[in-house]
Design a binder for this molecule. Structure first.
Ligand code: 4AD
Ligand code: MG
Length: 466
């Protein structure tokens, strides 16, 4: 048997029997008896394994011993119709090579402990489990679909800086970037002298690419960003990461209604893409963790998202409280909703995704377009079942005067934002945009409950392992 090209397991499983094949991958399990061994081989191309049948009389005993869970092997043999149930084809092994042995005493992925909590402590190895294989493939498919969606619409992918001076969201929870010696910080008049720092000013990791995104949108019309985002909020919740990925489209000549329509079309497209392209992995996750997953994905496709003003939503929540519903956090006009409030609206009241609009201006960022009432701004949050807020966006304040007044009111530095304000000074246009949290989307699409399980290497307070 010379020159057999390696075939991925996914392709083998879809092939007709009756030919010589070469498979490579990692052993998931080995079982059987003295005469015959059944090896489940996986190479990450699919959640499904290919079964290798090895008659022990054809192989050295020592070799068979080395075929343990986690070992990497190459197998040549004939692809034959499988007699067992569960798979159409299997490989009748003729040659087996153990590429890399795996000490069963030390390998951290044993059958006995595979809780998601445990796997987080071995995140460098957990990628080899079926669960994380499925999550990684879905994550990839969603990233690809995001680029495809915007590319097909003629949006330009804009790379915005990760190191920045501006706190776009005004929340102040930024990670500082410095090359200064923290044991010997240069001071001037009792303050840190940032002129001595690498950039000659105080800089941080970005919390959003939006402000630079607006520069792009008011130049080439429609852009999107897709990159890492950093927030030093000390939120130890299943929905917050200190480093997450965000997709931020920004569109000239879009008002808030155009913005909402795009957001709805976008997430429906992504969910449809997952159903069309990731069914093996979705089925695996549905069966293992969340038997409502596929139903839930389908359920958001056929219906229109419900648009509700913040003020209406407050009334609904207050009425719920009056009727005896208990929330952990109080709610009244002017408070920012907690995820329990968002989920009540979505899961219990409207029973469909909700788009909240017209928020009190004091709980939203400086750049949002102000409504006539002087109290609210044209923001929108898309709320999803199980997740709460998945998208935050708005129409932007296009008036130079109103924007400058708002910046002053909030005590922000106009000087540092001159470059941004120039968009309103020179050929200002109505424009809008939003940010989709990539891992929040993945929580929804995979059905996983903890955001640490939909990113390969999570960063959270006190955790930057691997
Ligand atoms: O609502 P946010 O803060 O909006 C912005 O950053 C705007 N600049 C977006 C825009 O209009 N261009 O964040 C947007 C989304 C949230 O809806 C949420 O899905 C996600 O980002 N997000 C987080 N995801 C994981 N961990 C965190 N700590 C997150 N903070 C926000
Ligand atoms: Mg938000």
């Amino acid at each position: 048997m010379d020159k057999v090209v390696r075939t991925k397991v996914k392709d083998l499983l879809g092939s007709e029997p009756g030919k010589e094949v070469l498979a490579k991958g990692w052993v998931r399990t080995k079982r059987g008896n003295k005469q015959v061994k059944f090896i489940a081989l996986n190479d990450g191309s699919t959640v499904n394994n290919i079964q290798i049948v090895a008659n022990t009389e054809n192989f050295d005993e020592e070799l068979i011993k080395k075929i343990t869970t986690g070992a990497s092997i190459a197998v040549k043999g004939e692809l034959v119709a499988s007699v067992g149930s569960g798979q159409a084809v299997e490989i009748q092994a003729k040659e087996i090579e153990v590429i890399g042995e795996c000490d069963p005493m030390r390998y951290p992925l044993q059958k006995k402990d595979t809780t998601l909590e445990y796997l987080r402590s071995v995140a460098h190895m957990r990628l080899r489990t079926n669960t994380f294989g499925a999550v990684l493939r879905i994550r990839h498919a969603m990233a690809f679909a995001i680029h495809k969606f915007f590319n097909d619409k003629g949006f330009v992918y804009l790379n915005t800086p990760l190191i920045t001076e501006s706190d776009a969201e005004g929340a102040g929870d930024m990670f500082q970037v410095t090359t200064m010696d923290l044991a010997n910080v240069p001071m001037h008049n009792g303050k840190v002298d940032f002129s001595k720092d690498f950039f000659g000013k105080k800089t941080s990791l970005t919390v959003s690419g939006q402000l630079e995104g607006e520069l792009g949108a008011t130049a080439v019309g429609e852009i999107y960003t897709f990159g890492p985002t950093f927030r030093a909020e000390n939120s130890n919740t299943p929905r917050h990461l200190a480093e997450f990925w965000m997709i931020e489209p920004e569109m000239a000549f879009y008002d808030i209604n155009d913005d909402m329509a795009l957001a709805e079309e976008f997430v429906k497209y992504l969910v449809q893409y997952a159903l069309d392209n990731c069914m093996d992995d979705l089925t695996f996750l549905n069966n293992k963790y969340d038997d409502g997953l596929i139903e839930r994905l389908k359920s958001v496709l056929g219906i229109e998202f419900r648009k509700v003003t913040y003020t209406e939503a407050v009334s609904i929540l207050e009425e719920a409280v009056a009727n005896g519903h208990k929330f952990e956090y109080p709610v009244h006009w002017g408070t920012d909703f907690q995820s329990e409030h968002e989920r009540y609206l979505v899961e219990q009241y409207f029973r469909r995704p909700v788009i909240l609009i017209d928020f009190p201006k004091d709980i939203k960022a400086f750049y949002m377009k102000q409504n006539e009432d002087g109290k609210t701004v044209r923001g929108m949050d898309v709320l999803f079942p199980k997740i709460g807020e998945i998208i935050g966006g708005s129409e932007r304040e296009a008036s130079l005067e109103k924007l400058e007044t708002r910046i002053d009111e909030l005590g922000m530095s106009r000087k540092n934002l001159e470059w941004y304000i120039d968009t309103r000074r020179f050929g200002t246009v109505p424009h809008s945009g939003f940010g989709l949290g990539f891992e929040r989307l993945l929580l929804f699409v995979t059905g996983m409950n903890n955001i640490r399980d939909v990113i390969p290497f999570p960063r959270t307070p006190k955790n930057a392992e691997f």
